[in-house]
Ligand binder design. Structure first.
Ligand code: ADP
Ligand code: MG
Length: 517
């Protein structure tokens, strides 16, 4: 039951299924949040462990999003419902996990092949056994057929059918518990032997939450407010982290702006919109160059921060200077990847100076800056082909590359990479293009995913060995090869042995559940 708060602050009880979009729900301390929504009133800490795996409660107040199924701790919250049923975050996650459990790793093909062979072996050896004990070394029809049946029972590839699916099922649920969603098992499978992890900067290694630190005006006829007003009018339409920061800053300064018309985004560069009859352009130097606006060196000497230039028609009005923060876990992520023997590259559309500063702080091996979205794909391709900077052609070989990103501009590279890893807080296209999604947006989970991949691989191989290996002894025993030593496998013992191998395979897979990532 949920408490629906009506318009007139009258609270009525309804069942969760009856909730619809726009309803106001009162969530009391200790209650479950009944649906996805936005807090409109109150403050509380919410335990989101079931979605993110993070046990530390998250503080929620007006404007924050809450997820259906999470538990409200100490305060009371009024929540406006935004998503219910199949649309909700939880339903989406369940769907993703289901889909992932249906995707088959490549090693499954090996298991299927082995199963085919075992079936052929079962028939051939079974027939052979009968022929030997009936015609060549006549021991009677009953003896010959008993042995033949035992052989077929033993060889039947039961355990082999269980070997891989038992592991992948446990792997995907273990991953989900740790805030890692596997969308395609093949992606996780390759993750164990990566040569390169390529990380997008903004939103991945950094928080992607920019703050405006300075505004420089170039044109004497303009004030800071005017500049911000025009920029916000255009950025209102954009999903970019920089755009959000600019709109936020305008709102904070209580500047009223009307959204620009005929908005057009230029990924990796900036955007254009019309305010009245005037064309307003925001973006980096490349954007200004594209529309024929000259940027004077005197405007700003900023090196290590991001600059968004603002122009009206062909005239540069000024620049907004923004700063982002490196995520606290980023440095450790790079170190851990190095410890696993993986090289780390950073890829960004941002300025060289900003990128190199961040790259140096984190200790990444290579920095690719001022890269347009289409070029991002090419860099992934180059790395895959082994065309690494400064290496002679001879020592180049194909490499396995993972790409980690969050933005629209990362989507093509996520698809191109052997393993695409999307940051959970990122855009939907990025998530759609990725094999793995990090719900917590914590880059350290990349390392966890790789560790899980390696553990999963070992388990799969162990299981394949258990499922096929026992045949090496059991088949000859069943066929009566050891009969001269008085060893004969009776059919019921054969059946028991076969079941035992299935049980061993399942039990071995279950041990994966206890793994700490
Ligand atoms: P990243 O690869 O770091 O995620 P993007 O490719 O999204 O970066 O953007 C690269 C650069 O393009 C930004 O640093 C910014 O200078 C410019 N840019 C892109 N979109 C916008 C926008 N909407 N407003 C202002 N600048 C933008
Ligand atoms: Mg990005």
């Amino acid at each position: 039951m949920s408490n629906v708060k009506g318009q007139m602050s009258k609270v009525v009880n309804v069942v969760t299924e009856e909730l619809s979009k726009g309803d106001l729900v009162l969530v009391k301390p200790g209650e479950k949040v009944p649906a996805d929504g936005v807090v409109v009133e109150g403050e509380s800490s919410v335990n989101e462990a079931m979605i993110t795996g993070e046990s530390k409660p998250v503080t929620k107040s007006a404007g924050d999003e809450v997820i259906g199924g999470t538990i409200n701790n100490d305060g009371s919250l009024t929540v406006k419902v935004t998503k219910t049923g199949a649309e909700s975050a939880l339903a989406q996650i369940i769907k993703l996990v289901r889909q992932a459990q249906e995707t088959k790793p490549v090693v499954q093909m090996l298991a299927d092949k082995a199963a085919n062979w075992l079936t052929i072996i079962a028939i051939v050896v079974g027939l052979g056994t009968f022929i030997y004990w009936f015609f060549i070394n006549p021991s009677g029809a009953i003896f010959a057929s008993t042995l033949a049946i035992t052989v077929i029972v033993i060889t039947c590839p039961h355990a082999l059918g269980l070997a891989i699916p038992t592991v992948t099922t446990i792997t995907s649920s273990l991953a989900a518990k740790n805030g890692i969603l596997i969308r395609d098992m093949k992606g996780l499978e390759i993750a164990r032997k990566l040569d390169y992890v390529v990380l997008d900067k903004t939103g991945t290694l950094t928080k992607g939450e920019f703050g405006v630190v300075d505004i420089k005006v170039q044109d004497a006829g303009y004030k800071v407010q005017d500049l911000l007003k025009l920029a916000a009018a255009v950025e209102h339409h954009s999903e970019h982290a920089l755009a959000k920061a600019i709109v936020e800053e305008a709102k904070k300064s209580k500047i009223k702006f009307t959204a620009a018309k005929k908005f057009k985004a230029f990924p990796g560069k900036g955007a254009i919109g019309f305010v009245g009859k005037r064309k307003v352009v925001v973006g980096n130097r490349a954007m200004m160059k594209k529309v024929g606006v000259t940027v004077h060196r005197t405007l700003t000497t900023e090196h290590t921060r991001t600059v968004v230039y603002v122009a009206r028609d062909k005239r540069l009005l000024g620049a907004i200077i923004l700063e982002d923060q490196i995520r606290p876990e980023s440095k450790k992520t790079v170190d851990e990847l190095h410890r696993l023997g993986i090289k780390v590259a950073m890829l960004t559309g941002d300025k060289k100076e900003v990128a190199e500063e961040v790259g140096k702080k984190l200790g990444v091996d290579e920095v690719y800056a001022e890269v347009l979205p289409a070029e991002k794909v090419n860099i992934i391709k180059q790395l895959q082909a082994g065309e690494e900077k400064g290496l002679p052609r001879r020592s180049q070989r194909r490499r396995r590359v993972a790409m980690v990103g969050d933005g629209v501009n990362d989507a093509p590279s996520l698809t191109q990479a052997h393993v695409g890893i999307a940051i959970g807080a990122g855009t939907d296209v990025a998530i759609e293009s990725a094999e793995i999604v990090l719900v917590k947006s914590n880059p350290l989970d990349i390392v966890k995913a790789i560790t899980l991949s390696r553990k999963t691989d070992i388990k799969m191989k162990e299981n394949l060995a258990w499922a096929t290996g026992y045949n090496l002894i059991a088949i000859p025993a069943a066929a009566g090869v050891f009969s001269r030593f008085g060893i004969l496998l009776r059919p019921e013992w054969g059946a028991l042995l076969m079941s035992a191998s299935s049980i061993i395979v399942v039990a071995n897979a279950l041990r994966l559940r206890g793994v700490k990532l």
